[in-house]
Ligand binder design. Structure first.
Ligand SMILES: Nc1ncnc2c1ncn2[C@@H]1O[C@H](COP(=O)(O)OP(=O)(O)OP(=O)(O)O)[C@@H](O)[C@H]1O
Length: 854
């Protein structure tokens, strides 16, 4: 929809003409005075006598404008105010330009007003410090200084000049103590911002280098993997070849001698006797063969030929082996045959049983119907023509005030914001519009103005203005959309709608990990629910598992209903949704083990990623007896990452970073959300491995930079207004809204259906704190062991958190100490949520025990 800018009507030409003429006259006067004054400075003394009689033609002046110029110089410069006379021509020049052009930036009267002080001050100043230089002070400066000198003395004049200058500065530049302080603070802030920017840039550079390094490493890994695979393949082939070789020999012998094993023995041990036995034995096929053997022992091939003719199956077994045993070239023949045979087997299996269908695990599983999601009344964007017109006028006006002309302006109405696209007049600098961001926001009296200058791919400038009546984007509308329903993606996520009201669908498998940030109450949890719902609407329980970490304990609990369908957990844990931060470490490490296991499977299957692997598995080319299985995608969701980092630090960061670096190929994807996108939560390593970013509204520009590497998230308007990027351009979206009752309905619908017996079990991980006391070697005690023992006995409280707090330790070390204390009999065994019992009651007994230990 386009609104054309109405151009200002031109002024009447007559008025313009008069103005132009007057302007030129002023300009000429100014230039005349200026040239006369300059000329007077060089020739003034020579011309002084020439102007005594202006009408005497015999007398000529050196001044550029002759006697008239000399007279002007004499009057203004020498007899008047000295060098400051130059203010006069400058004023006329400015006035001339102003009148002729009406150029807003030129303000001659303001300039005059501002220079009056110096027109008085400077002549007195020159009169005081250079009393003989009349050209500088003029007669006025000289006389006034003379008078003041006689009145208050030379030092009095100097003081007067200094004080008056100071007062002028205070008034003119508002040079108060506070303002100076503010300026200094501002400068310090500016410096701080610059420092942060530099740091961010450094981090960015480091990230880039890290990413490059990672890619190189990964490439090397892949190369090594391929080489290993090739070597292994060759080795396998040679082994098989040898095996078949041996087998061939065995078979030949068996064929020639069987069915009588004893006969075979005899044949082997004593060949000459053989003939005799044959003679005595009634004629049969075996005898025939042996007979042949005896007749022509050198021609083994013949024997084979006969044997082959004897039994069809035998032929296929012997033929290739026989060839391959001759030289290396036939190796390939053997390989091809086996592959063909293998292909034939899998093809036969597929023909008999059909392709493997993982969904048959739960054949009657019903996907939740879309009707479980609520339709919101205001699903369609309401166009308020008046609001559009007002905003357009204000934008045009504001830009006009800063001298930015507009050729064209158009509006695209989105669910929460309207994008006004501007085509500026030729020659307008883009940075100028960008700098006016705050002014435009002020004049539109709205939060959340974002200026996109220029809009990538278009030659226009975008100004996003929030709608006064934003419309809700329902989950229903995005799930029901063609775009989502027909999405040909591995893990499609319907985030919401773009500014052009199109459903926005992204593939988590491509991202491959997602970092989400936003201040509290801006829509993070709703966003997570939208992601989970999108995946559930597309993926069968056999194809997707979630690992959920929810330190807030309330956000993801609803999903416990679908534990037996969609969740994965550690084998020994009761709850599938992890709310205890200490358990997270085990789960993350367990996921790392799962990742390594999956890589092993991929390696054995000679494929590079989960998609190829599963495709091969479905074609029944991978033997389940060799450990192969259909691999569901695993999506790890962490709702409050800052909390985890605070409590477990590196112990969480390392497995997360490892998963983020490597897990994409094996179908493990991470979605990490945080309220606090500060650099100590989202560290460089984490950031470098999470290319997908979603930012809801954050409170500062710095937070926005941390999450998006650019500002913008601080200007969002909240309530699901978000920016999404995968490293290229930012996309502004309105996140789809899915309410708790809707999630409840979906999980209930799924939960009521038949599921797996339990949540998917992740591999077992025995953490450092997981070992039994029997494993603990008390001769290798922690150096803080005695301190910890004394602290526990003194407080009579056997908890790791006490040690963490008082001794400033990480969780793991405190846990290890507690285990050692338990092994030493100072504290009792683990009692769930209660603190451990302290078994030593006083210091004396403790010292005794410690002595014994030593
Ligand atoms: N996409 C959306 N559309 C409309 N309203 C929304 C949307 N997302 C969030 N809201 C509104 O904002 C409120 C807070 O959202 P949400 O609970 O997701 O915030 P949050 O960022 O998770 O907060 P916290 O970090 O404190 O949990 C919601 O109750 C809802 O009213």
């Amino acid at each position: 929809m386009a609104i054309k800018n109405t151009q200002e009507a031109p002024k009447t030409p007559k008025k313009q003409i008069v103005k132009t003429i007057v302007g030129i006259l002023f300009l000429v006067i100014g230039l005349l005075l200026l040239a006369s004054f300059i000329s007077y400075f060089f020739n003034g003394f020579m011309d002084q006598s020439q102007i005594s009689d202006l009408l005497d033609k015999s007398q000529t002046a050196e001044n550029i404008f002759g006697k008239f110029g000399a007279l002007l110089g004499e009057t203004f410069v020498l007899q008047g105010i000295g060098i400051v006379s130059f203010f006069v021509p400058i004023f006329f020049i400015l006035l001339g330009i102003k009148v002729a052009t009406n150029w807003k930036k030129i303000k001659p009267f303001t300039t005059l007003y501002q220079s009056i002080f110096f027109m008085i001050w400077l002549p007195i100043f020159f009169g005081c410090i250079l009393p003989t230089q009349h050209m500088l002070s003029g007669v006025m400066g000289f006389e006034v200084n003379d008078f003041l000198n006689s009145f208050i003395g030379k030092w009095g004049v100097i003081l007067l000049l200094f004080v008056s200058l100071l007062i002028y500065c205070v008034i003119h530049f508002r040079m108060t103590y506070q303002s100076i302080q503010e300026k200094m603070e501002e400068r310090a802030k500016q410096k701080e911002i610059e420092r942060i920017e530099k740091e961010q840039e450094k981090i960015k550079r480091e990230q880039l280098e890290l990413r490059k390094r990672k890619e190189k490493e990964e490439q090397e890994k892949i190369n090594k993997f391929n080489q290993d695979a090739e070597k292994q393949q060759e080795k396998d082939l040679i082994e098989e070849l040898n095996l078949v070789d041996e087998y061939e020999k065995e078979v030949i012998q068996t064929r020639t001698i069987n069915p009588n094993e004893a006969f075979h023995q005899e044949f082997k041990i004593n060949q000459p006797k053989e003939e005799e036995i044959i003679e005595e034995t009634p004629l049969n096929i075996t005898e025939l063969v042996v007979e042949d053997l005896a007749d022509d022992e050198e021609e083994n091939n013949q024997v084979d030929f006969l044997s082959i003719n004897d039994e069809q199956n035998f032929e296929t077994e012997i033929q290739p082996t026989q060839n391959s045993s001759e030289n290396g070239l036939e190796l390939k023949v053997q390989h091809v045959d086996e592959e063909e045979e293998f292909e034939a087997t899998s093809a036969r299996l597929v023909q008999e049983q059909g392709e493997y269908n993982q969904r048959l695990d739960l054949p009657n599983y019903q996907f939740p119907p879309i009707s479980l999601l609520k339709k919101y009344d205001n699903g369609n964007t309401l166009i308020d023509q008046k609001e559009l017109e007002t905003n357009k006028n204000r934008i045009v006006e504001t830009l006009g005030n800063y001298g930015i002309g507009i050729d064209e302006i158009s509006a695209t109405i989105g669910p929460t914001v309207t994008l006004y696209e501007i085509v500026p007049k030729a020659g307008v600098r883009i940075s100028k519009i960008k700098n006016l961001e705050d002014d435009i926001a002020l004049s539109l009296a709205a939060l959340g103005i974002r200026i996109i200058a220029p809009i990538p791919g278009k030659g226009t400038i975008g100004i996003e203005v929030p709608n006064s009546n934003p419309s809700m984007v329902s989950m229903h509308s995005v799930i029901a959309s063609q775009k989502f329903q027909n999405a040909d993606m591995e893990l499609p996520i319907a985030f919401g709608k773009t500014i052009t009201n199109e459903t926005f669908v992204a593939d988590l498998a491509k991202m491959p990990h997602l970092l989400m940030a936003g201040a509290t109450g801006q829509g993070k949890s709703v966003g997570l629910n939208a992601i989970i719902a999108s995946l559930i609407y597309k993926k069968h329980p056999s194809e997707l598992k979630f690992v959920m970490v929810d330190p807030k304990k309330v956000e993801l609990t609803l999903y416990s209903k679908i534990e037996r369908h969609y969740l994965a957990k550690l084998p020994d844990s009761e709850e599938a949704i992890i709310t205890d931060n200490t358990k997270v470490i085990n789960t993350l490490n367990s996921l790392c083990i799962e990742m390594d296991d999956r890589y092993e499977l991929l390696k054995n299957a000679f494929v590079r990623n989960i998609k190829e692997y599963n495709a091969k598995f479905k074609k029944r080319k991978l033997n389940p007896e060799a450990g192969h299985r259909f691999l569901p995608y695993i999506v790890l969701i962490v709702d409050e990452f800052a909390d985890l980092i605070m409590t477990a630090g590196k112990e969480v960061e390392l497995p997360i970073a490892r998963l983020a670096q490597l897990a994409r190929a094996v179908g493990i994807h991470l979605i990490v959300a945080t309220q606090r996108p500060s650099v100590n939560v989202i560290t460089g390593t984490i950031k470098a491995n999470f290319p997908g970013r979603v930012a809801f509204r954050v409170t500062s520009k710095i937070d926005s930079r941390t999450i998006l590497d650019s500002q913008g998230a601080d200007q969002l308007i909240g309530k699901g207004d978000m920016l999404y990027t995968t490293g290229n351009e930012l996309v502004r979206l309105q996140c789809a809204f899915v309410d708790t009752p809707e999630v409840d309905k979906i999980t209930e619908f799924i939960g009521e259906q038949r599921g797996y017996p339990d949540a998917m079990h992740l591999p077992e991980y025995v953490g450092e704190e997981g070992g039994s006391n029997l494993d603990i070697d008390l001769s290798d005690r922690d150096v803080l062991f005695e301190d910890a023992a004394r602290l526990i006995v003194m407080n009579q409280q056997g908890s790791a958190s006490l040690l963490q707090r008082k001794l400033k330790l990480g969780y793991n070390r405190a846990g290890r100490l507690i285990d050692q204390l338990e092994a030493a009999g100072i504290v009792g065994p683990f009692e769930g949520s209660k603190a451990r019992q302290v078994l030593i009651q006083d210091d004396m007994s403790l010292e005794q025990l410690l002595n014994n230990l030593n």
